[in-house]
Each structure stands twice: as structure tokens, then as C-alpha cells.
Design a protein around this ligand. Sequence first.
Ligand SMILES: [Zn+2]
Length: 619
Amino acid sequence: MKYLVLIPDGMADVSIQELGNLTPMQKANKPCMDALAKESLVGIVSNVPEGMVPESDTANMAILSFDPKVYSRGRSPLEAVSMGIDMQPDETAFRCNLVTLSEDQELYEDKIMIDHSADEITTEEADELIKALQEHFGNQERKFYTGVSYRHCLIWKNRPDSYPFMRPHDILGQCIRDHLPVSEGGEDYYAFMKESYEVLNHHPVNQSRRARGLRPANSAWLWSPGKKPALPSFHEKWGIDGAVISAVDLIKGIGLCAGMRSIDVPGATGNVHTNYDGKAKAAIEAFESGVEFVYVHVEGPDECGHRGEIDNKVLSIELIDQKILKPVYEYLVNCGDDFKILVLPDHPTPIEIRTHSSDPVPFMLYDSKKEHSGVVGFDEQSARNTGIVVEHGHNLLDSVINKYDHQDPIQKNAAKKASSFASNFFDYLEIFVLSITMVLILFTFCARICRVDGESMKNTFYDGQPLIISNLFYTPDNGDVVVFHQTEKYQKPLVKRIIATGGQKVVLNFEKKTVVITDAAGNAVDYSDKFATFYNRDKTDFGEQYEWRDNLYSDNNPIDAVYDEETGEYTFTVPEGMLFVMGDNRNFSADSRSIGFIDERTVLGKAIISFKPFTIITD
Ligand SMILES: [Zn+2]
């Protein structure tokens, strides 16, 4: 299977009068996208979690399946990683701008922020100035790295990962006195910025710039500190190799932090005139080299959104369709492998506001193996009309790269095709294999068969799926799927996953949807994302009662937990002989969160095999 994820950054918009009240997506002539959308799964997805700023790093992190609320550490460390800096855990990255301050005032504090980009200084000139800073300030603790133009990086050891710096572009034309890092912990930053003026103002590079009528880059300005985000490896998470193709440092940084390849495309500029052909070529080459997941990010539509260029925004969408999607699709059709194509913007960049918004964005998922009843014309409205909503962008890849493809609930809901002779044949074959295996197992182990009831294991098992369970020599263990029958609480046997066993400590956070256990030996294991499918097609489908929220203290729940108001964490220890279980579909599961601990003696067995499809359960 090959996966193409195409991100036309900022493509989503709202209707624009100049376009006859159409959106740029509706106006653009994009035959390939629209043709695929007819057979795609189409819906909307929120990539920016509530309360977070709709920045590209946040939204792209979500699309790559990493919850920004857990992993986002700001932009500078991502930029640093994309510059090839191997950041260590004790190091903090700072964005170090080369800026222009006014020269008339005697005191540093009285100067005015003239230009946050020092007239977009060339990288060559900037490099000399950054070297001068390194010579003067660099030591075991501090190291300066040249980036591009005015955007550079300072790595500073043993510094906190946050500080309320002022962004230089937010104080243009203002006196810097009130915006210097004077609050607690900022003394060293203040001293450095002030002294940087002494080092830079009369530097030969700046003398030469003045002589040419250009603004000097006469001060460094720090902002946006952050530690390297501890992103899980994409390969480990999904079992496939991934590559990122983008002109933007942030996006490259996310890919590199997740252990993906970052492929540079010459001439990729990040604006409407970027090298589209080059990006398509790079994607095809990546697939050919064996990479299964290729993430192509195109900045063009976003840049046009910021500039308020309506026609260029439409044009950039057309060029993406014609010069990237079409050739890569044609390659995939002929490559002899199955493939999926996911197209979505990270966030909207509406022309009207000329900046990002947090609104949900349309997505389309094309699967060469399955035909969906999609939409006519892929745009904001047609995607909303399908009623398919993915509430958390970081769960979207669950429906794209699905280890349990056949159980994908979205596809289950799609129109069922008339069965052909071939599928009947395979049905019979499956029944035959099932019968033989069942008999074999019954004679081999002490086993019994039961069926999954309900949606609480959705994406792992589906409602009604047959399971074979065994209790021969069975001792409950973390991660096992078990069937138990706790009659006084529930009429029917339930299928759940063991998260913690007797004696283990559990820390639950309903707000962040995290669950971490500590075993008897003191090892902490993070079960927040492990096994969890969090599947959310439409909140209203599931009702509210089993939402991840504070229901630890419901009537029939005897869990006695300590609640920390500050962190929102519930901490408790599982009593000996008891289990703490959860459904994999954690948004909709009646489990230990609502019905309390499960007595080990009510466990009927561990699920070892599932049918339709036949799977030996190894986790
Ligand atoms: Zn933008």
C-alpha cells in the first residue's frame, strides 16, 4: 500500500464576492481532485485543538497523527531540527532574529523597532553577523546557528523551555523599552540582546549596508524558546516509512523529529511560483525508493491568503491539481500497488482576514481498493454536507493507515456492493477455514467463542465480530483483550482491554485524554495512544455518556482516586485481584472509568483469535 498525503496549505476559505460568492476551492478548475472526490470519503476535520493558535506547526503535527496538545513545543525547536541541529534534552532553541533598531537614541531601551527582518538581509551577510555573535557570546552553553535571511537560531543549555518574549514583528514602530525581557528569569536574555547591539551596530557588514542605503541588522532579538518535541517515531507508530516534502522549515522539522525523511526540492519557494513539477517528481521518486507514506506540503495557497491575492490563490490550487496531484495519481495507478490519497489543507487562510483561522477543513480520502459515494466538486460546502466529522485531526490517519483496514467503520457505513461469485467463494473459503480452525482449537485448548457486543472496541473489533477466548494457564496482563462477565454490574459479558492490573498505579487525565500506569517495578507506561482508536465520526452518533470526561465518580463506580486540581489528574492504585480496563474506542466505552475495577475472577478468558476477518491476536 502506498499513501500520498497532499497538503495545499491554507486552501480552505469562505465565499468571496469577487469570485461570485464562491470560495477559491469552488472557483478553481481542479479536474483531478474533483474526479477523485466522486469516489472518495469526504468530510471535515479539525486540525487545530481548541485553545491553540492555528499555526502551521500545530495543524501539520495533528495531520501527521501527533496530538499537538501533547507534543507541540513551539516553532524554534522544529526550525532548529530542520537546520540539522541535533538538539539534546538539556538544550533550548531560541529564534534569534536579526532586527533593525533606530540609532538616534543614546540608551538601548529607548530605541525603536524599525524592522523585524533587517530589510530581509541576505543569508550571506547574516552569516557573518551570526559568526560575530558566536565569537563574542558563544561558549559551552550557547551556540549560534545561521538560518535563512533574518531567521537564525540560538541553542542555549540549561534554560527553561518557555519565557514570555515579545515577537519582534508585533512591535514594529514601537519603543522597545516595554517589550524587553525584564520579567523574572529574563536577565541573561536582556543582557545578551543589549550587548548584541554593541557587537553588531558598527560591524563592517552593517557599514556596507548603510552605504548601499539598506537598513543595518544592528541587534539580535530572541523569542519563541522551546525544547525538541519528543515525537514518537512515525515508523514505529504506523509500521511504514514516511517522507516529508516541503519548503517550510517547520514542516520539515516535524517530519525529522518523527524520524521521517525530509526531501528538499530545488526551487521550492513556498509561494505561488514554487516548483510544482519538482515536488511531484520528488514524491514519485520517494515512492519508487520504497517509501510508503509521502507527505507533500505546498505553501502557495496560504501565502496568497496572507497577501490577499484572490486570483493567485485560485491559480495555486489549480497548479497543485494539475502539476502535483495528477502526475502522482497517474504514477500510483500504474505502479501496481494499492494506494490511498488524502487531500486536505492544514487550516483555512481566508482572504477576508488574511491570516489563519481555526475552522475545520475539508478532507477527501481516495482508496484505490474501495469506492465511496463521494461528492461532486471537492470544496468546503460539499465536505460539510456529507456530515462526516473528524473532531480531532490527529485521529484522521487512523482511518487512512489502518492496520484493521477491513474493520474501518467509515467503510462499513459506505454503500455495500453487490456480492459477486468471487466474494461468495471467499466467504465459503473463510467459513471452511474458520470451521477447521475452531475444531482444532477446541480440541487443543480449553477455549470458547463469543461475540463482540457494541462499539467500545471500534477500529480494533466491530460490533458482532466473533472472538475465540481462552483461559488456559491465563494470568491477566497489561494490553490483553479480555472478556469478562461481572453480573452485578452488567447483564452481558464485555470485551475490553486490560490497562492496569492489581498493584499498578494509574494516572488518568480526562482533559488531556491521557492514561499512564506505573508497574510494581516502578516503570511508567503511557497508554494514552497505545491501542486507543478514539474514533469520532460524529459525536452525536455516540451520545455523550461515555465521553472522556470526569465520570470516575459515577454512582456505581467505587474507584477511590486522588484528584489534583492543578494538573487535572486522577491517581489511584488498582487493588490486588482487580483490573482496570478500557475500550479501545475510548470516546465511547463503558469501562472501568464508569463501572469501576473488574474482579479478575469474572474474566472468562483472553481473546486469542478473531474471525471475519481471521486474525490471530498477538498484542
Ligand atoms: Zn500561513
